[in-house]
Design a protein around this ligand. Structure first.
Ligand code: PNS
Length: 171
């Protein structure tokens, strides 16, 4: 792939919390990886939002579950996503849209990011199989011992089960 005329490679970023990565994220990552020479999956460090997994754990899980894609790189960032894009020479942000309800906020962010730094956002419709899927729901279900094995990669399922077990031990 790549742009044989300018010699530039095509790069994009998939930013998110990935707390933890789900099959819905993986669907978008896999499809975006086919469209770009390099896809950076960037874990946002949000100090004002409490997370279940540390940034290192989220990064590790992403590394393992995307190992099959030769052109996917995992990174961590804090601050504005557009600053991350500028510093890393990435012209486009890829976002998955599950339903119309995602669109309002995503459009607002996309327009803000375009206005701030001229960075465009491309929306990719989520596979309908995952349109209801959210990391927050996965965590809640797993915390109460529910089965999330069809919603997350096996490695993540194991990590969630370990957490739930530890939690039960403490009660
Ligand atoms: O997985 P999430 O939590 O829905 O991801 C949201 C994320 C990290 C993509 C979004 O909050 C973001 O881009 N944060 C970086 C900070 C930023 O640039 N904020 C201004 C957006 S207009």
């Amino acid at each position: 792939m790549g742009d044989s005329v300018s010699g530039k490679s095509r790069r994009a970023v998939c930013p998110g919390s990935f707390d933890p990565v789900t099959n819905g994220h993986l669907d978008i990552i896999g499809r975006a990886a086919e469209l770009y020479d390099e896809l950076v999956v960037a874990v946002f460090v949000n100090r004002s939002k409490s997370s279940m997994f540390s940034v290192d754990e989220r990064r590790e899980m992403l590394l393992e579950v995307t190992a099959q894609y030769g052109n996917v790189r995992i990174d961590v960032f804090s601050g504005l996503v557009v600053d991350y894009c500028r510093h890393n020479d990435i012209p486009v942000i890829i976002k998955g849209l599950r339903a119309v309800s995602d669109f309002d906020y995503e459009l607002q962010m996309a327009q803000m990011n375009r206005g701030l730094a001229g960075i465009d956002t491309l929306f990719m419709p989520t596979n309908p199989e995952y349109s209801f899927l959210a990391s927050s729901l996965v965590k809640e279900i797993a915390n109460w011992g529910g089965d999330v094995s069809r919603l997350v990669p096996p490695l993540v399922n194991k990590r969630l089960a370990d957490r739930a077990e530890k939690r039960t031990d403490q009660v």
